[in-house]
Design a protein around this ligand. Structure first.
Ligand code: ZN
Length: 217
């Protein structure tokens, strides 16, 4: 258990605002309803409350109100690494691709890319837990613009912003299991088997408009 990256110092409820709310939202972003996304805006509204409830229920807590107090924060501490990443996903898994390391050369600053990836990782942690805690293997994360071009990624790919990840076939859940459950984890872009060039991975990403395709799932 660690509190090295962020420590909450008050109980949070509907109406609370601030960075502590934002830090909570990042970590429960994967606990939304079907097709929903949680705004990371530092404003504790109904959607944040609903996500807190689902998060508690997902980890079998007996008390499942909207309130985020010590039990919720202790659960988060138990799930996170010292650098704020969730237990089962680390930054190097999402590195530059094409043999590059780090998060530069993308369509956003290195700091923004890292922030975007952190949210994706917590959504993936939720996805992983909902699918029975079986390993999920990242086959591609962030890509610099030059790398994205080299591998034939679409221009403006979410991968160049750090807002997307590809889940590979060596994951324990099947591609279609991951594709289906991703719809409950806040992802707006979900592409899988049957969509061109996605028969060997599931692509999940964050953007404003919904685009879900996987004809074979
Ligand atoms: Zn992708």
């Amino acid at each position: 258990m660690t509190t090295k990256c962020f420590t909450w110092t008050r109980t949070l409820n509907r109406g609370a605002t601030g960075n502590d709310v934002k830090q909570l939202q990042i970590r429960i972003a994967g606990w939304v309803g079907y097709g929903e996304t949680l705004a990371i805006d530092g404003d504790f509204g109904p959607a944040t409350g609903a996500a807190v409830k689902r998060f508690k229920a997902g980890y079998r807590m007996s008390e499942t109100s909207e309130t985020a107090g010590s039990p919720v924060f202790n659960l988060i501490y138990s799930l996170q690494n010292d650098d704020c990443t969730p237990q089962h996903f680390r930054y190097p898994e999402f590195d530059g691709g094409c043999g590059q390391s780090g998060f530069s050369g993308g369509a956003a600053s290195t700091a923004t890319v890292r922030d975007n990836l952190l949210r994706v990782m917590w959504q993936l942690e939720a996805l992983r837990h909902k699918l029975g805690d079986r390993p999920i293997v990242i086959s591609s994360g962030f890509r610099s613009i030059s790398c994205n071009t080299r591998v034939g990624g679409v221009s403006g790919s979410l991968h160049t912003y750090g807002t997307a990840a590809d889940l590979g076939t060596s994951s324990r859940p099947s591609l279609c299991e991951m594709w289906r459950m991703a719809r409950y984890c806040g992802f707006k872009e979900i592409l899988g088997p049957g969509y061109p060039d996605h028969d060997d991975h599931v692509h999940v990403g964050n953007k404003s408009t919904q685009f879900w395709r996987a004809a074979d799932c």
